[in-house]
Design a protein around this ligand. Structure first.
Ligand code: SAM
Length: 253
């Protein structure tokens, strides 16, 4: 409904604002805005650094549309690998728990990939849980594994906060200004929530079940003692497109 000239103007403003994929973002804003006044308001929000997904209300994750409410962590492309690996490990009619579910992106992907599976999810943030429910995920407001049945899951997925507190300052300024710190700040060494997650996942998984979690830096090495103490074996890691370690998988003995 908008002309090519309007598209050029919007893309040009986004380039000036520092958006890397200005053309694609312009297309998304044009597709979501019902009229010119709304479009201009959307562009102004994006120019101020607000996440595109909060403005359009949606992001694509592993090929499926995920609603993302304002204030809720925006699912990242780097997490798709974790979701794909988890789906491959989930047996027909199996059960998965997505801890720290946020918008519910990973759980929603698992549901689409394995429709016969039973899915549970938790997040400590009420806004995130409301958003996950809007994405069709039966999420609970809970700390990590609280409220979920022990020993009953084939797969546990989690993208916890894992950025070390002393490295938060190096994140892009828009992330720091807009996205919830609770979703990102992993405490000292980034391991505060991760260590508790490993212990909680060991409770949830039956023998032979799998934990898949997102990590960064040398966190795999630093988690090794708690993984071993919690009964995890066959630890594997994978890297993101930049070649940095981004995920860890482990089997419950
Ligand atoms: C990095 S976001 C990941 C969200 C989602 N899994 C994704 O990949 O888009 C981390 C999420 O963990 C939640 N969280 C932080 N501490 C938690 C805790 N102790 N128990 C449950 N959820 C927690 C935050 O509210 C946030 O939604």
């Amino acid at each position: 409904m908008f002309s090519a000239g309007v598209r050029r103007e919007v893309a040009g403003r986004l380039v000036v604002a520092g958006c890397v994929a200005a053309e694609e973002e312009a297309d998304e804003l044009l597709a979501s805005a019902p009229d010119r006044a709304t479009l201009l308001a959307f562009v102004a929000r994006r120019e101020s650094g607000e996440p595109l997904a909060w403005i359009t209300g949606e992001v694509r994750f592993a090929g499926i549309p995920i609603r993302v409410d304002r204030g809720v962590y925006v699912p990242r492309g780097q997490t798709e690998e974790l979701a794909l690996r988890a789906a491959a490990l989930l047996p027909d009619g199996g059960a998965a728990a997505d801890i720290c579910t946020g918008s519910g992106a990973v759980a929603a992907y698992l549901r689409s990939a394995a429709p016969s599976a039973a899915l549970a999810a938790t997040d400590i943030d009420r806004c995130a849980v409301a958003c996950a429910r809007r994405n069709g995920v039966a999420a609970l407001v809970a700390d990590l594994d609280r409220g979920l049945r022990s020993g009953s899951f084939d797969v546990v997925t989690a993208v916890t906060p894992y950025v070390p507190t002393d490295q938060m300052a190096f994140l892009p300024s828009d992330v720091l200004r807009y996205e919830p710190r609770l979703a990102i700040d992993g405490g000292q060494g980034g391991l505060g929530v991760l260590r508790r997650l490993v212990v909680g996942a060991a409770r949830l998984l039956h023998s032979g079940g799998f934990l898949l979690t997102e990590i960064g830096g040398d966190q795999a090495t630093r988690l090794a003692p708690v993984l071993a103490a919690s009964g995890f074996v066959t630890i594997t890691t994978w890297c993101d497109e930049e070649g940095d370690v981004r995920g860890l998988g482990a089997e419950r003995r």
